[in-house]
Design a protein around this ligand. Structure first.
Ligand code: HEM
Length: 141
């Protein structure tokens, strides 16, 4: 388990480094946009196996989808971390006033998406999985 977490952290660090290098090589620099984009990709990958299982039952044998399913938790948690980083950079870059309710209306999509990812990340811990038991599957699907 500990080895698995270290591998996940190494993969996450690589994703982050690649995003950083890509941003430095492309002008003008859009580092936070790349993070937001990779976050979306990770989130799609975490949802894809469940969706395909429902609409195409034959896809249960698909190796790629089974691989994504096996690493679903990592994909979801890394989507949250990347999106959090993207959101924080945008807040700093645009000097958003978090005490102003208009900010939340103006950036409704970003804040609501971040709320969803935060809830999923919090409920991804082993303790949450145990305490939610069956309901956890319904919540994450
Ligand atoms: C605190 C919450 C968030 C704020 C304030 C925020 C703000 C922004 C802003 C201002 C842009 C436009 C950037 C530009 O035009 O240069 C943007 C783009 C984007 N955001 Fe967010 N965002 C937030 C959360 C998220 C989340 C949670 C995701 C994904 C899971 C996300 C994904 C994206 C993507 C994919 C883009 C487009 C990047 C591109 O145009 O290349 N954002 N965001």
């Amino acid at each position: 388990m500990r080895k698995q977490v270290l591998i996940y952290l190494a993969i996450y660090a690589c994703i982050y480094a690649i995003a950083l290098v890509t941003a430095l090589l492309t002008k003008p620099t859009f580092f936070s946009n790349i993070l937001g984009f990779v976050a979306i990709l990770n989130y799609i990958c975490s949802l894809a196996p469940g969706i395909f299982r429902i609409i195409l039952p034959g896809s249960r044998k698909n190796k790629f989808l089974n691989y994504l399913l096996k690493h679903r938790r990592f994909l979801g948690v890394s989507a949250f971390l990347l999106a959090l980083n993207h959101g924080a950079l945008q807040i700093i870059k645009r000097q958003l006033n978090l005490l102003d309710p208009i900010t939340y209306l103006h950036y409704f999509q970003g804040f609501s998406m971040l709320t969803i990812l935060t809830l999923l990340a919090i409920t991804s811990s082993d303790e949450s999985v145990k305490s939610f038991k069956r309901n956890w599957k319904n919540f994450t699907n």
